[in-house]
Design a protein around this ligand. Structure first.
Ligand code: CA
Length: 456
């Protein structure tokens, strides 16, 4: 029992409220520093340091442990086989970056320490609502991981019970920081802005695990030039090149890793499997392997507990099992996913856009259901941007702190960043099973038509 706990304990005995003693002991325990710092070995940050009892206990909750079973990069492992890392590691990484930045601020007396625990909790929990293969789930079932993050922090969960012991208003505050509505904007921008703890961790972590050579930048240099200024974090001019490097690495990672067409092909198949299973379920199809754990999801009445019981092992189990279902579409799509027989792709050109109906019709004629075997996928990103009057969407600019104390927006000082500011790159691809098309009999008119339109 720490000094402070002991004090409260005595105070309560004195007040004669013995029945509350256990609760209060827990409350004070959560505020305490651990007697001995705990560390997690981490390949990106070397060590993750945990000094607060509360952080330690949050990591131990079942809702947080579940993140071990959800990959950070979804289907990217089909392209880069090293990319098996989990959201658990990423969440610890974001926490560690926030902790280090706050430490630097504190050492310069630049930080309000009463916001430290809140910032660390928000950093740790910012992705806790992610489900298995979130993006595909969101497309098919309309689930929203940000809404689940809020629900987990505010609902009937182990995480909520820990947070509310700090202070009944504390869970709400953590949810507000993550939801970007918290009054102190400085804390919000530490976790989510164009250069924040979240992005710094995922860029370095994803580069590490995919094994690509882009994605690296000098993070510690950036930490050292960060300065809190009112409601935002600004960067000393002397660190501009490190910030440029960060922006460029983000740009590279998006196009080389995150939007990789093979990864997207696997995601298209995954989405189609979920779609097919949902359609079959709602038609009363007699599954050999009934998707018990997906029932409420298919019926559109999923509860928080149901959601929390889902992870990628559960999904992979069904995909593995459904390879032997009698429905040829479901079994084929599952076998494709399990064995990486992905769809091929072509640029979705203007020519194809105009011929889309013709192409869809040819697929139907050939007996290849276009609802499940044809998809146009769209990727888009602008590497750096800032709000301009009259435009939609507020993106706080990255501000450089000049030697005279004034602030200059990054792209006005950096030619490199200036060259890509506000430039949106988009990419449309059409995905289809080339093997199925080529397996059609040569006399098939539909086959001829498809090959002609897709230039294969
Ligand atoms: Ca994140």
């Amino acid at each position: 029992m720490g000094q402070r706990t002991l004090f409260f304990y005595k105070l309560l005995i004195f007040a004669g409220k013995e029945e509350n003693i256990r609760d209060v002991v827990i409350v004070t325990r959560l505020f305490e520093k651990l007697n001995e710092e705990k560390v997690f070995k981490d390949p990106v940050h070397r060590y993750i340091h945990v000094r607060d009892q509360l952080i330690w206990e949050l990591i131990g909750t079942s809702e947080f442990q579940r993140l071990r079973r959800i990959r950070q990069l979804g289907t990217t492992f089909f392209t880069f086989h090293g990319a098996e890392h989990s959201r658990f590691g990423h969440s610890l990484g974001v926490y560690e970056i926030a902790r280090q930045i706050i430490d630097i601020f504190k050492n310069r007396n630049d930080w309000d320490d009463s916001e430290t625990l809140l910032s660390l909790c928000a950093a740790l929990l910012h992705d806790v609502g992610h489900g298995p293969f979130s993006h595909s789930f969101e497309k098919v079932f309309g689930t929203d991981h940000e809404r689940y993050t809020q629900a987990i922090i505010l609902g009937d969960t182990q995480i909520h019970r820990l947070l509310e012991q700090v202070d009944p208003a504390f869970p709400e505050k953590v949810a507000d920081v993550i939801g970007k509505t918290y009054g102190n904007r400085l804390i919000v921008s530490l976790i989510s802005s164009q250069i924040d703890a979240d992005r710094m961790d995922y860029l370095l972590r994803d580069a590490y695990y995919t094994g690509v050579s882009y994605g690296h930048f000098d993070m510690e240099r950036i930490w050292r030039v960060m300065r809190p200024a009112g409601d935002q974090i600004v960067f000393k001019l002397s660190g501009m090149h490190a910030v440029e490097d960060y922006i460029m690495s983000r740009y590279q990672m998006y196009w080389q890793v995150y939007f990789h067409p093979v990864t997207r092909s696997a995601e298209v198949i995954l989405t189609k499997i979920l779609h097919r299973a949902k359609v079959l379920y709602n038609q009363g199809f007699a599954f050999k392997h009934v998707p018990e754990m997906l029932r409420t999801l298919f019926e559109g009445k999923i509860t928080l507990d149901d959601y929390l019981s889902l992870d990628e092992s559960v999904i992979m189990y069904y995909f593995q099992a459904w390879q032997s279902e009698h429905d040829p579409i479901l079994s084929d799509l599952c076998a494709r996913f399990m064995n990486r027989r992905l769809f091929k792709y072509v640029e979705f050109s203007k020519e194809l856009l105009n011929a889309n109906e013709e192409l869809t019709e040819a697929f139907r004629e050939a007996g290849i259901d276009p609802d499940y075997y044809l998809d146009v996928d769209f990727s888009s990103d602008s590497p750096y941007d800032f709000y301009r009057p009259g435009e939609e969407g507020v993106r706080q600019p990255i501000q450089l702190l000049m030697p005279d104390g004034s602030l200059h927006e990054l792209s006005s000082e950096s030619d490199v960043v200036g060259a890509i500011t506000g430039k949106r790159r988009t990419d449309h691809k059409l995905y289809y099973p080339k093997d199925k098309v080529l397996a059609l009999p040569d006399r098939s008119q539909a086959k001829k038509k498809i090959r002609e339109l897709l230039h294969i």
